[in-house]
Design a protein around this ligand. Structure first.
Ligand code: ADP
Ligand code: MG
Length: 471
């Protein structure tokens, strides 16, 4: 039996379209479409949801129109249905001869509380949403320090007045293990404590993405997905950098963001980079990320590390001497997660070997862990990283030139070498452009002064230090 005509016609259109657009978009936006009938030169297709229809209108309608005309001739017309749940009448939208469709605003069918989504707890009379919060992450155990002061106080202020203040969205960013998830969760918990009636939801960007992919491949689910997210009062999306390159997800998120923001609902986003450094994200999203407050989480300073270690030790019932705490704080320079990891290892060693936690045990454990975490840092690798960072030619860096930017780069390299290697001043001097030990000492003191007085300079040095650790 031969294929029905409408299928043949649509397949011919798909052949044309698939040659033009990238496979991922083709799969996402064209696989879910079904051709349903052909009447004369009018082809009717069915799309899974209104959102899907809007997306097609915005991006692909001209293309479909052209393909159809090529297959059926100049008179070709397209109509489409939005797939509906049984019991509702299908809505038909005619499309004029492949012309661009005007955006129509369509009444979205009201389906009451019958919203199917993975977070709704079934069996409850009122719609209840599990906020996916982890009670281990609270303000009470989030240690305050210079490194997180702005972010933390913005979080507290949001918890007082979600959606109403200036910090919307709150965009928390910083490297791994610096407390973004902890802080974002703490805000969620605090809001839920203060305003139990508010709908709070924590979701990782990855999970959001998977839900979106499920929603567009399963009939009628995309509208549910969008409706569901539009009901939230405080939406926390963790690790939004994961959206990069995912056009469909970004588009869906854009609609959700716009809806929530315009109805004074609070958004909290976390990312491993500042918006300016995020790649493959739509401009309209990046610019919205900056509407509220951008707050950076920095690696903890020595005092904060000490406080965190003391607090964690106390919670685990371990008594740590000041000597041990300071030793760990001094040696673990990456992030809070590694600080915790070190403490756990220490505890495990002490239990397994029946030794008490003292400096000797700490030294043994740190030697194994820190060397694993931190790549070997040498004067040479420091020079390399500094040159890369300032985009300086290595030869110029080692030359006798007294150009200001070269002098400053050398001084930073000397300062870092003194802090991160065991080389003597003389050895550092001879490796960095054949200078003597007094030059190195002078450089070291100059950099210390600048670090105290100049914020931009501090930022440069901090970033170079980060790069050294994650080579
Ligand atoms: P990120 O999301 O930035 O990668 P996390 O929020 O997962 O980092 O933090 C890593 C670990 O460090 C968590 O166990 C968290 O509880 C802990 N942590 C981070 N910052 C702090 C802090 N300021 N006080 C106490 N614990 C912290
Ligand atoms: Mg995280």
């Amino acid at each position: 039996m031969s294929e029905p005509k409408h299928i043949t016609v649509w397949n011919s259109c798909l052949n044309i379209i698939s040659d033009i657009i990238v496979p991922q978009s083709f799969k996402t936006w064209f696989h879910p479409i079904k051709a349903v009938k052909l009447t004369g030169t009018v082809l009717t297709i069915e799309v899974p949801s209104n959102f899907f229809r809007e997306y097609l209108e915005e991006h692909y309608i001209a293309l479909i129109g052209k393909a159809l005309k090529r297959v059926l001739g100049k008179e070709a017309k397209l109509e489409y249905n939005v797939r509906v749940i049984s019991g509702e009448e299908p809505v038909v939208y005619p499309q004029q001869s492949g012309q661009e469709l005007k955006n129509r605003s369509l009444p979205i069918p009201n389906r009451g509380n019958k919203i199917s989504n993975p977070f709704v707890i079934p069996g409850l009379r009122q719609l209840e949403i599990d906020p996916q919060l982890n009670l281990n992450y609270q303000f009470s155990n989030f240690i305050e320090g210079e490194c997180n002061r702005l972010a933390r106080s913005a979080g507290l202020s949001i918890a007082e007045n979600p959606g109403k203040g200036a910090f919307n969205p709150l965009f928390l960013y910083g490297g791994a293990g610096l407390g973004k998830t902890h802080l974002a969760q703490a805000i969620g918990i605090e809001v839920k404590n203060k305003f139990p009636e508010k709908i709070v939801l924590y979701v990782s960007a990855n999970r959001f993405m998977t839900q979106y992919m499920d929603a567009i491949t399963v009939q009628n689910k995309l509208t549910d997905f969008l409706h569901f997210y539009q009901m939230i009062d405080l939406l926390i999306i963790d690790d939004v950098h994961e959206f990069s390159g995912k056009a469909g997800t970004q588009n869906a998120f854009f609609h959700i963001f716009s809806h929530l923001h315009s109805t004074n609902k609070q958004l909290i986003l976390t990312s491993d980079k500042a918006p300016v450094d995020l790649q493959d994200l739509e401009m309209r999203l990046l610019s919205r990320f900056k509407w509220g407050l951008l707050a950076e989480l920095l690696p903890p300073d020595f005092d904060t590390k000490v406080k965190i270690l003391q607090a964690k030790g106390y919670k685990d019932g371990i008594k740590l001497s000041t000597e041990v705490v300071e030793y760990i704080a001094d040696r673990v320079n990456t992030n809070v997660r590694e600080l915790e990891g070190t403490l756990i290892s220490l505890l495990a060693h002490s239990t397994l070997t029946h030794k008490k936690i003292d400096l000797e045990l700490a030294e043994g454990v740190i030697e194994k862990i820190v060397s694993k975490f931190t790549p070997e840092i040498s004067v040479e690798s420091i020079q390399q990283v500094v040159c890369d960072y300032f985009k300086i030619d290595c030869e110029k860096f080692s030359s006798a030139s007294r150009k200001r930017e070269l002098v400053q780069a050398r001084q930073i390299a000397m300062y870092l070498s003194r802090n991160h290697t065991n080389d003597s001043l003389a050895s550092i001097g001879s490796k960095i452009g054949g200078r003597d030990h007094t030059t190195v000492l002078y450089a070291y003191n100059t950099v210390c002064d600048l670090l105290d007085s100049d914020q931009t300079f501090r930022k440069f040095v901090g970033e170079i230090e980060e790069k050294l650790k994650i080579r």
